[in-house]
Design a protein around this ligand. Structure first.
Ligand SMILES: [Zn+2]
Ligand SMILES: [Zn+2]
Length: 211
């Protein structure tokens, strides 16, 4: 059994500030792992599909998921589904067994209606500047509430996961001289170049996209 409390301290180091969403991610991730009966992913054994999107509250949730499941940006086994929700589907790659765990709406609403959000976060105050006596009780609650009170754990289902093979090939960009992974190479006239060099040559000033 995975105990989310063991991952709280390292989770804080990864995440950087005290908030209720990172611990909620620890709880959701651990519940999914315990339902599937799996260990933390040392390599790519697990895939985490997280329903959060961009630019909204409580996306900190995903850092708790990364910490406890071992599904990380670096290993490439975590994806955002961009639904603007907080469900997690955790897949065990070799068996194709999967489970979806979602925080209950009541638990999310209780957090949203707290002074942490109404008095601080919604007024633009960063989480690291919220007084500890405001946020600490919320973290306590999230970490200690019975799972059935804050989470909905689905039944195990089959999820066929197809993954393209890893690319180990690379080349040196003929314009900037930097290393590039093979499938990301682009042709510019008779030169083989990287995407930023191609973009720069075709009009985008520094080749770095802006949102
Ligand atoms: Zn946070
Ligand atoms: Zn280049």
């Amino acid at each position: 059994m995975i105990d989310p409390k063991e991952f709280y301290e390292p989770g804080m180091i990864l995440h950087g500030h005290k908030c209720p969403a990172m611990p909620l991610g620890l709880r959701v991730g651990a519940a999914a792992m315990n339902k599937l009966g799996v260990e933390r992913a040392r390599d790519g054994q697990l895939i985490a599909l997280v329903e959060i999107g961009e630019h909204h509250c409580a996306t900190c949730f995903a850092d708790g998921i990364q910490m406890v499941t071992g599904c990380t940006l670096g290993k490439g086994n975590i994806r955002k589904l961009h639904y603007g929700k907080w469900g997690l589907t955790l897949v065990e790659k070799k068996s194709g067994r999967a489970v979806r765990v979602c925080p209950k709406a009541e638990a999310m609403l209780a957090n949203k209606q707290s002074p942490f959000f109404t008095e601080y976060r919604q007024k633009g105050i960063p989480a690291s500047e919220v007084p500890d006596d405001v946020v600490a009780p919320m973290v306590e609650r999230v970490m200690n509430a019975p799972a059935e009170q804050i989470l909905t754990v689905g039944e195990i289902f089959n999820y066929a996961w197809e993954e393209p093979p890893h690319s180990f090939d690379g080349f040196v960009c003929e314009m900037c001289g930097e290393m590039v992974v093979e499938p990301y190479g682009r042709l510019l006239g008779d030169k083989k170049v990287c995407i930023p060099c191609r973009n720069k040559a075709t009009g985008q000033e520094d080749g770095i996209p802006r949102t």
